[in-house]
Design a protein around this ligand. Structure first.
Ligand code: TRP
Length: 450
């Protein structure tokens, strides 16, 4: 028998946890960097369209399936299946999801470790320990391994406490802190010289770039990554939602918070780049491309902070602290995917499951770090740009074609008796059945053929 399942205790608790999962490096590191290197406003526009029109419906598919099954992703996808073949396919999708989740976690803890190292660097600088501080921002294997390990330990520590006193409690504490800090930082950066130029790049779309197939694939991957879709994170969080909760409403709120924070982070990072440039920091190569995409914020932002004197050190502490907590509420949700499966389907205690899987992913991260030059980018690209949207497509197919439509309605009615006459029920079922899968396919085919 599996242990008793956890449950979020309140609407606020769920929204904070799910928004905590959604809001992370993807919003504050991934989205702004991608927007900056893919035409600013053009990327923003395509991202917004895809996030609302494709990612939100896919999120709903995961939440509804998860809540109905009250089980981990593998079990849930099996349980909405109607025959042996779809059952097998559902199980395989769930397993693929948790493998992809583990790969995502393996690079996620590496980048999160950098965030902590940079935060600590500024603290030590402020305290006058400049030598130790320098080691922290040097790109070295020992530093990378050390901070990856620390971050993994934090993630494991929270997840081992379970749903209410682990995930819910910590997300509820960390998320409001994050939002307040982010707003303050944006307001501050916008007052600096050069910020307006960045704002223009961010807000004025170049329509020609917006129709490029590679930009669209990147924006789709970015939206799926940002909403934690495809691998089963949202499905598992959905399985911890109480039965009387109105799903389309809470799903909508999570989407709004997530997209809102990504867009807001763009208002911070892109103007900050131009402020940095204004202050003499090089951000573009001679060909006009951005320097070092993946590590952009680790070069541009510290350089910017440095130009700001003591105030800059404090802003830097705040910023990297913010990144670290945003990352933590996300990493716990990634680890929960394989953990919930192992607890429920392999009859393992939570402690043992968390430590075993956390340990295994730490080993994987070590392998990535040892082969950083070719593996790091590859793992990110394959897991987030291809697997996530394609797994999301399968989730839509399960919600739209495999699962019985009446069961979906009954599931939604638990939280809102008037579901049947509402807008969501009029649009979503047909939409997730046809429009979502077709658009995701078209985006990929278009990209491969182009
Ligand atoms: N959405 C998070 C971010 O933007 C990362 C994340 C959490 C995630 N859970 C996930 C990404 C599951 C992919 C799959 O940083």
């Amino acid at each position: 028998m599996a242990a008793a399942r956890g449950e979020f205790s309140s609407r606020f608790g769920f929204i904070m946890a799910a928004a905590g999962s959604a809001v992370g490096l993807g919003n504050i590191w991934g989205f702004p960097t991608q927007a900056a290197s893919n035409g600013g406003g053009a990327f923003l526009m395509v991202y917004l369209i895809l996030a609302f029109c494709i990612a939100y419906p896919a999120l709903m598919a995961e939440l509804i399936i998860g809540r109905h099954a009250h089980a981990n992703a593998v079990e849930a996808l099996r349980s909405v299946s109607r025959g042996p073949i779809s059952r097998m396919f559902g199980g395989a999708t769930g397993i693929t999801g948790l493998i992809v989740a583990s790969f995502i976690l393996s690079f996620y803890v590496i980048v999160s470790g950098w965030m902590m190292a940079f935060c600590l660097n500024s603290m030590l600088t402020l305290a006058g320990f400049s030598e130790a501080a320098a080691w922290l921002i040097e790109f070295s294997l020992p530093r990378n391994l050390f901070f990856m390990g620390i971050f993994m330990l934090l993630t494991v520590g929270i997840i081992s406490r379970g749903v209410q006193s682990g995930i819910e409690k910590w997300s509820g504490r960390l998320m409001p802190m994050l939002i307040v800090t982010l707003v303050l930082l944006v307001l501050y950066v916008l007052t600096l010289e050069g910020a307006m130029e960045g704002l223009k790049v961010y807000l004025v779309p170049d329509f020609e770039r917006a129709i490029s197939p590679s930009l669209i694939v990147k924006a789709l991957g970015s939206a799926f990554f940002s909403l934690s879709l495809g691998v089963g994170t949202m499905l598992v969080y959905g399985s911890y939602i109480r039965d009387d909760e109105n799903l389309p409403l809470v799903g909508g709120m999570v989407t709004m918070i997530d997209i809102g924070i990504a867009v807001m982070a763009g208002f911070l990072i892109i103007p900050a780049m131009y402020v940095a440039q204004h202050n003499g920091v090089e951000i573009f190569t001679a060909t006009g491309a951005l320097i070092s995409e993946d590590t952009l914020i680790f070069t541009v932002l510290p350089a910017l902070f440095q130009t700001m004197g003591v105030a800059g050190v404090i802003v830097s502490i705040v910023f990297f602290f913010l990144m670290s907590i945003a990352a933590l509420t996300s990493s716990i949700s990634i680890l929960e995917v394989p953990v919930s499966y192992t607890i429920e389907n392999h009859n393992m205690g939570r402690q043992k499951a968390v430590w075993t899987i956390g340990g295994a992913v730490a080993v994987l991260s070590t392998v990535v770090l040892l082969n950083f030059s070719w593996m790091f980018g590859l793992v990110i690209e394959v897991s987030t740009r291809y697997f996530q949207p394609l797994l999301g497509l399968v989730m839509c197919v399960f919600a739209g074609w495999v699962w019985n439509r009446n069961s979906i309605l009954q599931e939604l009615k638990k939280g809102d008796a008037a579901t049947e006459s509402g807008w969501f029920w009029k649009i979503w079922p047909g939409y997730v059945r046809t429009v979502c899968p077709i658009i995701i396919l078209v985006v990929f085919v278009n990209y491969i053929w182009a």
